[in-house]
Design a protein around this ligand. Structure first.
Ligand code: TRP
Ligand code: SF4
Length: 336
């Protein structure tokens, strides 16, 4: 009997992943694969909630996310990797859950509220906020409950959604007088957040990210744009790493303790300029990601194999999802 606890998580296919995804979520997933039974979903339906009219890149984005996952160490022999839209049981479960979810619960969702506010402020057409978008957290709940997952490893920005999933699971159990659904819990990593090169949140739309799949040259070019101690203008100015908002923070993640101390000392004593410091940092980043990038190129050259992984994973996910859905339909007492 399988006594491992179950994990379910997902990412929207928005394009090639960056190092914020890697350290914030992906690396965490990779490390959980032995201890847990894992389901990882490429959430293409969630992408559609806001990008329903920008679907030209959808197929490529799915492949890119898959390549990033597999090269980073998501192992299809250990975990089930699947595409959300290839598991229609999730859409079915979503509709049952949507019936029992109070409308004011989804309206309270902080992410949706933010989104609505941004659109209002930008004077955008509010009809771009679709009915499906308001179902975002309910669809996420369907993803999680479809496997009766115990834990959901996500970044901080997703915790509110997982809390809502708990509430919906509990409400289902109360309404139908059952303990059918497990109340899932968020599982956070305690790694420090990797900010973007401009000091803001890393994101592809902010043009401040380094991709997992960037080449060494592009990585070096991007690192050059990183913010340093702004009081340090010339090379013989003494620097203060505590005021070095981006580059020194990266050192603390990518360097060993010894290396980071050495950088700190050289900076404080003006023994090394920022250009040199950045060049060395880029080298560290490139060294760390070299095996992942190499693997990614190999996989990209073997695309049929990669697609096969997604199809097999989706079929396996379906089997499990169907069992859980059928049980829920019984609990609701639908005619069948
Ligand atoms: N909403 C998540 C994100 O944007 C992706 C996601 C979809 C997810 N379904 C999920 C995360 C289920 C955890 C569990 O990152
Ligand atoms: Fe930052 Fe390095 Fe420049 Fe010091 S030398 S300010 S740590 S980039």
């Amino acid at each position: 009997m399988n006594t491992k606890k179950r994990i379910m998580s997902g990412m929207r296919p928005t394009g090639k992943l960056h190092l914020g995804h890697y350290f914030g979520v992906l690396n965490n997933w990779v490390n959980l694969q032995d201890e847990y039974e894992c389901y990882f979903s490429i959430a293409d339906l969630h992408a559609l909630t806001t990008k329903y009219n920008q679907t030209d890149d959808m197929k490529q984005n799915v492949i890119d996310v898959l390549l990033d996952w597999l090269s980073s160490g998501i192992n299809p022999d250990k975990s089930i990797v699947y595409l959300q839209s290839l598991v229609p049981e999730t859409a079915q479960l979503h509709i049952y859950l949507s019936m029992i979810t109070p409308q004011n619960w989804v309206e309270r969702d902080p992410t949706l509220k933010d989104l609505a506010k941004i659109m209002k402020d930008k004077n955008e057409n509010m009809s771009n906020l679709s009915y499906g978008l308001f179902g975002y957290p309910v669809l996420m709940t369907a993803d999680i409950l479809n496997f009766n997952a115990d834990l959901v490893p996500v970044g901080v920005d997703q915790v509110a959604h997982v809390e809502l999933s708990r509430d919906i699971a509990r409400r289902f159990n109360n309404i139908y007088n059952t303990d059918y659904f497990i109340e899932p819990q968020p599982k956070l990593t305690n790694v420090p957040l990797l900010c973007g090169l401009d000091g803001n949140k890393m994101g592809k739309s902010f043009n401040n990210d380094i991709k997992i799949s960037d080449t060494d040259e592009i990585t070096e070019k991007k690192v050059k744009t990183g913010i340093t101690d702004t009081n340090r203008i010339r090379k013989d100015d003494k620097g203060n790493p505590d005021n070095c908002a981006v580059i020194y923070k990266y050192w603390q993640i990518f360097g060993t303790a010894d290396e980071t101390n050495e950088i700190c000392f050289a900076c404080k004593n003006a023994q090394m300029g920022c250009a040199e410091c950045k060049k060395r940092l880029a080298q560290k980043i490139n060294d760390k990601f070299a095996p992942i990038r190499e693997k990614r190129i190999k996989l990209a050259n073997n695309i049929d194999y990669v697609k096969d992984i997604l199809n097999t994973g989706s079929n396996n996910a379906r089997k499990r999802a169907k069992e859980v859905l059928d049980g829920a339909i019984d609990v609701i007492k639908m005619y069948k």
